[in-house]
Write a protein that binds this ligand. Sequence first.
Ligand SMILES: [Zn+2]
Ligand SMILES: [Zn+2]
Length: 529
Amino acid sequence: MLAQNDDGKVHYREEGTFVKDDVKKLYYYHFKVLEGTQEIQFIFEYSPRVLKDPEKNRQLIKDALWEYVEEYSEDGKVKVEGLFKWKMERIFDTVYPIRNLLDISFYDTEDNYLGKLNQTFLGFGKVGWLNEKEASLGLTPSKIRPGTWTIEIAVASIVTDKCHYTMEVFLLEEESRPGNKVRKRKRTAVNSGVEKSKVRIEESRWYAGELHVHSNHSDGKNSIDEIIRGAKREGLDFLALTDHDVVSGYDFIPQDKNFPIIKGIEITTFYGHALGLGVKSLINWRRGGEVRGINSIVDEVHAQGALFSIAHPYCIGDPVCAGCRWKFKKTDYRLIDMIEVWCNSWRSRKIENYRSFKLWDKLLNEGLKVTGVSSRDWHDVNKALEYGPLPKTFVYTNSLSEDKLIESLKKGHVFVSSGPMVFFSAEYWNENYICGDEIKASARKVINFTVKVKNLQTFAQLEIIKNGFAFFKKDLPPADKLRVSFSDIPSFEKSDNKELEGSWYRCEIYTKEDKELLCFTNPVSIRVF
Ligand SMILES: [Zn+2]
Ligand SMILES: [Zn+2]
C-alpha cells in the first residue's frame, strides 16, 4: 500500500530503486480510492533515463548485435563481413544513448487493466489523469470506484547501475478537466480537408497498406489524424493502428469509409512483440504478476475475432530494443496467423529479414498456413527515408473494409513490395488461383503458373521458391509490364504425415545488381489428395 501524506488533498507517494536484477519483473503498488473521488492524477519520474557513457553503450550494442547475427547463416545473398561494422555504426547512431525503460499501467478495483501510460506523461511536473470521461493518452477512461486500485511497473530495461523512481498519486473530488472535448465529439472525417466520401470502395483489387503503426497513444510521434495524412501521402489505402498494449486511440479513429483503419494492438511483452489485428478490447499479457503463456494470449486474440501476427521476430533484442526479439520457445505456430517477414527497408534490416523468411519457409514446409507481411513499425510518418524504400503490404479484397481486409490477410491474399507490383497466379483444371490460395490436387496434372510484374524500374531477378528452395530463376529487364510463365506437376510422394504432402510456390524479385528484395508474394499451395 502506498503511504498516505496529509497535505490538504489525498496524496500518495512512493519511491524506490530498480537494479539490473529487476529487469523483466513486474511490481505492484496498491492505493485506496475514497468515496467521492472523481479523478485520479499522477506523476511518475525515473532517473537516470539513459546510459550516457558512450563506451558502455558500444559494449551493450556489440553484445546485442552479436546475438543478432550469430545464428545468421550465409546463403550467398549477403556477406556478414562488413555488415557487423555497418550495423554497429547505424545502430549506435539510432539508439545511443540506450535507455532505461519502465512501463506504468493501471488496474481498477476489479483488477481490470486500464492501459499503459504514454511516455509523454512521464517526468517531473508532467501530470497524467484518469476520470470517467477522459484520460491521458494510453489509458482507458473509467469510473473511479472507491476501493483498492493498483499501479503496475513493468521493468522492461535497466542499463544503468541503478534507476530511482518516484510515484505520486492524487485523488480529486471533481474532474479537473472539462472532459469529453474529444471523445464525445462526432468525428466524421479526417480534419485535413479530405472530402468525406459517401460510399465505401467496393472494387475487387489490390489495396496497399501498413499493418504496424504507433500513434501518440503509445510512443509514436503523430496524432491519428497526422498518421492518416502521412499514409495517404504515401499512397496507402488503409492501415492498422497498433499501439503498445493500449487501445485508447480507437476513439480517435475518424469515420472515413474510404480509408479503413484496422483496430490493432502491439502486445509488447518482455519476450517478444506481436500484433493483434482486429481486436475489440485490451489484451493484457501479464497475469498474476507474471508473463502469461504465449498460446493463451494467441487464443484470446482469436476469441476476439482478430489475427495474431508475430512482429519483427529477429529484431535486435535487449537492451537495444527491449523485448523486441521473439523468444517464446513454446509458441504453437499452428495458431499463428501472420509473421512480419520484411521489416523496414531491406537494406537496413536484411539480416533479420532473411532469418524471418527462413522461419516462414520452415513453417510452410510443416504445412502451416501463415501469411507473410511487411512492417514499417511506423513511429513517425514524417521521418525521411534513410536506407532505401519502405515496403507496403498489398491485400486483395472485393471491398475496402476492416473486416474484409482481415479476411484476406488470413487467406494470404497478400504480396509485399517496395516498388513493382507482382501478381502471382496458378491455373489447374481451368480454375484460377491467386497467391494465398490452396489447390486441392487429386490427379497428376500440370499446374500452370503466371507471374505478372508491373512497373519494374531496374534490372532484376525473379526467383520462384518451391518448398523452401529456389525452383526457377529468370532475369527481368526494366519494363512497364512483364509476364513470366512456368509449370510444374505436384509431387505425389506419400509421407507418413498427410499434411506434409504437396508443394508450395512463392515469388521473390530482387534487384539484379545488389540483391535487394523488391517484392515477394505469399505462396500458392498444392495439397495432394
Ligand atoms: Zn515492437
Ligand atoms: Zn511496434
